[in-house]
Design a protein around this ligand. Sequence first.
Ligand SMILES: NC(=O)c1ccc[n+]([C@@H]2O[C@H](COP(=O)([O-])OP(=O)(O)OC[C@H]3O[C@@H](n4cnc5c(N)ncnc54)[C@H](O)[C@@H]3O)[C@@H](O)[C@H]2O)c1
Length: 327
Amino acid sequence: MKEFAFGTEPPGSGRICVVGAGFMGCVIATLYAHHGYDAVICDSNQTMLDTYVERARPIAAGLVEDSDASEAMLAGVTLEPDLASAIEGAFLVHEAVQESLEVKQALFAELDRICPENVVLATNTSSFLISDIAAQMTRKERMMGIHYVTPGHIVPVIELIHAADTPAELVAWSRMLVQNIEHVGVAILERPGFLVNRIQFAMLTEIYRLMDEGLATRDDIDDAVRLSLGPRLALWGPLLTEDLIVSKKTALAVTNSIYEQTGDENYKGRKVLEDLVEQNNLGAITGQGWYKFNNSPEAVVETRDAQLRALLAWLEETDPVRSLNVS
Ligand SMILES: NC(=O)c1ccc[n+]([C@@H]2O[C@H](COP(=O)([O-])OP(=O)(O)OC[C@H]3O[C@@H](n4cnc5c(N)ncnc54)[C@H](O)[C@@H]3O)[C@@H](O)[C@H]2O)c1
């Protein structure tokens, strides 16, 4: 493999070029500027550049309390219609043009041609495989998906999508870059839906099916998730939740029972779960599941229950659904 050209870690300052000043480009450039990078935004539509500061003001207000500091930060973002000038001196070019494969492919072919070899090229695509976007590039090894989840200035996670032959160093580099802007990178090998949408639509697909078949109502579905799965997932994520609430033996039996009753292969118990059962790594009750538990099962349960009670009490007190005034 060629020597890693981008440095073992991303610079903590320096120029980042964001291409596309639309909804996401506006957020992305503002976040980079807020965290001390010299952000330049390029857009082929001058109106988008002219309206950047106005559109970014509410985003900046959530990041910087002092309005003078916020205005100074926004005024420091360079607005540049010409791509060749915009990329000058940048160590990273982050693309946020509209979700069109043809437009992105043409742009990355051009970026690959005009950017020096040590410049990382990133896409904010929501749906395309990065190998497809990079199809016309010569130096594909510098391509990453760095995908903000809306609203990107509030949601802490950023997906890091890589191809099978992306250097591991570039994935690590990208993880450090998003840490520099106080986000958390979650990496996945490129597959449709990446990580967040893959999980989200697995759940939504079942919900659409339940509704299509007239089995449950909108309100019962939302209550079921909001008052059971939701708080636990927010506290611990799906795998730690499973460790905390159910034995792997039971989890395997339940998923296989749904499989047998529906014939849907998606539910068939997977090897990763069967392996844990075989090793008797059943979760908090045995001290080891997906995670290793360093406290006794009794202590874990006590902490688990206290955390869940606190979150449910906060939800009851704030009543988020009522506050949205929906019917
Ligand atoms: N909107 C969302 O909630 C969201 C969330 C996550 C990811 N994304 C992804 O982010 C990307 C951008 O989405 P968006 O909603 O911000 O798009 P948008 O349509 O709001 O903005 C795209 C901008 O790109 C500019 N543009 C197009 N081609 C260009 C070129 N060759 N050079 C320079 N500028 C060019 C356009 O003038 C426009 O201002 C897409 O890939 C989208 O899938 C969007």
